[in-house]
Design a protein around this ligand. Sequence first.
Ligand code: RIB
Ligand code: CA
Length: 313
Amino acid sequence: MSPRKVIIDTDPGQDDAVALLLALASPEDINVLGITCVAGNVPLALTSKNALMICELAGKVDVPVYAGCDRPLGRELVTAEHVHGETGLNGPVLPDPEMALQSGNAVDFIIETLRREKPGAVTLCALGPLTNLAKALKKAPDIADRVQEIVLMGGAYFEVGNITPTAEFNIYVDPQAADIVFKSGIFIVVMSLDVTHKALVTNARNEAFRALGTPVGKAVADMTDFFERFDKEKYDSEGAPLHDPCVTAYLIDPELFSGRHVNVEIETQSELTMGMTVVDWWDVTDRPSNALFMGDIDADGFFALLTDRLARL
Ligand code: RIB
Ligand code: CA
């Protein structure tokens, strides 16, 4: 089967970095048409620079990288240096990128790519706030019918919020954008905290990265050593949840995951629950299903795939 054509929208972030490395290590499964960067974990200038550094770390300097929106559609930007560090990629020591960003804007790249490719040929993968995707849908409503599906990391239901009591970070940063995306009519696979909190990088799993003995293996282990301190302290867990790689792993082996087709709507009115993903898990409304909301993962299989693919870089 030919590799799936994807655009990866991202706010690197250590877990975004691992998701990008997994995608770039898997050309037989994933054809990365481009990487589009958005403000989220850290400001846009840093998420864009980090994306370039990750492409160079992977030795994939021909992947076009675009900068997109530097703030949410209608709210002040909230960032997460307390989790990811000042640069967003704290942990490894990586050289400044020699690669340059593409001159165009990420939003226009998304629109032009979807209009150029056959309808249904391109999957949008979103690893950060949904600002770029929402802006593209607002600017070019015709592209909605041309997207194969959206696979995104975001939201939570049984796991509740990680940035507020009710909201997950990516959705919370730009709830208006998330509302546009979830009402777009495009089918969405949601890798929520319900599933990503079961993808924990235990010491053994992180040592398997380091044991690869490669610059990529070391960098990923160093990223995780830094990234996990926040979640381990907050949740008293065995390790950091590897949120974003669940998205790219799904593209390679969807059988690693299981979930339920449900309706998901986004809270955009109340500040108390702003950005909450309101999931009709028990089908108690007449709201149509718009998402496959993942709740479970074969964690051992996920980490085996991830380690195996990272060994290629
Ligand atoms: O809530 C976790 C999500 O927010 C991940 O995508 C992480 O990278 C941050 O963007
Ligand atoms: Ca992210």
